[in-house]
Design a protein around this ligand. Structure first.
Ligand code: FAD
Length: 244
């Protein structure tokens, strides 16, 4: 098995008041996809050629997806709990075997608010968007509420009071696992995500999209920037940017 895991690989893109880092990956990029597919013919390549590019595009177009699962990527993501909750919905994509059981799931780990005190760090909002008129989930991306300054004051004061309550509970000797119930979902969380190339591109497709919330959309674009150089032909083919 090719294993290009590099413990010193740290590529970071800042996203608003958070960031995403590619901290590790396994698989020799587009070549890993090609070799996973060509093993059917007992073949193995050491360099990509035009035929391999065509093969990758064919695989993506005809949904022969298993070759795209041989690349695994690990990200550290620092973002608001609101975005984390949307991230956790992406469950499928890291195949591994454990004894006789075969699991197919992305791997998520996060900071434990039972072990550590959360710092006074919350998602900062400077521009408060208006609710979309017809799409009940969405906002109007370029339209701010009439009194943006007042919205900022209300938001900042709610965050401040909530964190003060958290500190007060801790000072009273309340355990961290209970005190954290007063924290709003704007708190900044840190998590680690290990995912296959197929699944991360599925994530980019769904979340760098008009219908997705702006905050996760920016994160999806940052993840796209990190993933694309590792397997450019495969990422473009899976996104449907090119056809076979
Ligand atoms: C704009 C937007 C709005 C959303 N709104 C909501 C919402 O209001 N409430 C909410 O709860 N969620 C919401 N979601 C989350 C959404 O329902 C998905 O859970 C999320 O996008 C993960 O996508 P996924 O299922 O493709 O990912 P994964 O769970 O990673 O699955 C990857 C792929 O595996 C396959 N797969 C997964 N599970 C199965 C299965 N059981 N059987 C067969 N194939 C499977 C599918 O092909 C799937 O695309 C929203 C997502 C978006 C993008």
């Amino acid at each position: 098995m090719d294993h290009n895991s590099q413990s010193n690989l740290r590529k970071r893109v800042d996203v608003d008041d958070g960031y995403v880092e590619l901290v590790d990956y396994m698989g020799s990029g587009d070549l890993a996809v090609v070799n996973a597919a060509r093993v059917s013919f007992g073949k193995r390549k050491t360099e990509m050629d035009d035929g391999d590019v065509k093969l990758i595009r064919y695989l993506a177009q005809h949904k022969h997806m298993s070759p795209f699962r041989h690349l695994q990527l690990t990200f550290v993501i620092h973002t608001s709990e609101v975005v984390c909750r949307q991230l956790y919905k992406h469950q499928v994509g890291c195949a591994f075997s454990s004894g006789e059981f075969r699991e197919v799931a992305t791997v998520w780990n996060e900071i434990s608010g039972r072990y550590v005190e959360f710092p006074n760090e919350f998602h900062q909002i400077s521009k408060f968007r208006k609710q979309h008129k017809s799409n009940k989930q969405a906002s109007l991306p370029d339209t701010l509420v009439d009194d943006n300054q007042k919205a900022r004051e209300v938001y900042d004061s709610a965050i401040h009071n909530a964190y003060k309550a958290y500190e007060n509970l801790l000072a009273l000797g309340v355990c961290k696992e209970q005190a954290r119930f007063v924290l709003p979902v704007g708190f900044m969380n840190t998590l680690t995500w290990t995912v296959s190339l197929e699944a991360v591109v599925n994530f980019i497709k769904l979340r760098d999209h008009d219908g997705a919330q702006l905050e996760i959309r920016k994160l999806a674009q940052a993840i796209h920037d990190l993933v694309k150089p590792l397997a450019p032909v495969s990422v473009a083919a899976l996104l449907g940017d090119v056809v076979a």
